[in-house]
Design a protein around this ligand. Sequence first.
Ligand code: NDP
Length: 313
Amino acid sequence: MSENTTPKAVVIGSGPAGYTAAIYLGRANIPHILLEGSQPGGQLTITTEVENYPAFPEGIDGPELMMKMRAQAERFGTEIRSEVATEVQFGDHSHTVITAQGSYTVPVVIISTGSTAKWLGLPDEEAFMGKGLSACATCDGFFFRDQEIAVVGGGDTALEEATYLTNFASKVTLIHRRDELRGSKIMQQRALEHEKIDVAWNSVIDKYVPDENGNLKSVLLKDTQDGSTRELEVTGCFIAIGHTPNTQFLAGQLDMDQNGYLVTNPNRTATKIPGVFACGDVQDPFYRQAVTSAGTGCAAAIEAERWLTEEGL
Ligand code: NDP
């Protein structure tokens, strides 16, 4: 987008959905701005190898995949700003996206703000962040070389993180609240067959236990069947229990489901407000894959383009 061009669209978010929407807007000659948000590149920047994104038969690192998407968007004129949307004032064919740095008034807003990792919600959880507690194996795994650690969760994220963390840790205990894992069969097999991985079935963390410096020393596990407790000595604990959609800044303005995911028109990315579209994890509690996010990002841009044409904008 050249300096004197007035943007017609703002894409909020820089994950696969946001970048794909931007690529399609660019190729449709629709001047637009993409706001990167607080986690540029989105969740894939804190994941390890992505093995299921088509066209990468050997797999690709999440951050590298996102750099490629960013470069592709820039090639087609996307203007990327390091800003976080804090509010959107929706109007009739004109919406104002507000950030700490300024505001943008445009006819089209594409919301692709993704979702954020959940925490257990134990009372002293925050005190342990950076002191043994993490939600990002790629970011923090390195700090736990030759130590015993735990991963909480039974989905693909937990299985992937547990397997990845065996590169550093001497032992990884997967803590799962049921006796059956939710993750895909191949990831289950990889984790369960790993010599460094143990599973604490039917278990939840009741308490984080600090050492004299406030660093994590162990976790108190509670058996979900009989209520009994036991201490598991771990210096690191990675929480991998799913995500919350990043829609708080839109509360009360757009339709959301009970978990805060944006609700769009059936089989479409259009929201109830004309010119406002939602794509990626923020409107998808079901698939939540990079490739499906990219797919709905494409859909949002195509719908936006058609809407602009229909409205003569
Ligand atoms: P999921 O929602 O799939 O799994 C969350 C896990 O955390 C479940 O096992 C759940 O237990 C457990 N859990 C939830 N809340 C709590 C709690 N309060 N206390 C204890 N345990 C809890 O989330 P994921 O992040 O694992 O995966 C999300 C999506 O991303 C999935 O579709 C997954 O397939 C995909 N994904 C794919 C990857 C890949 O293919 N490379 C890698 C990572 C994710 P319960 O089972 O009892 O509900």
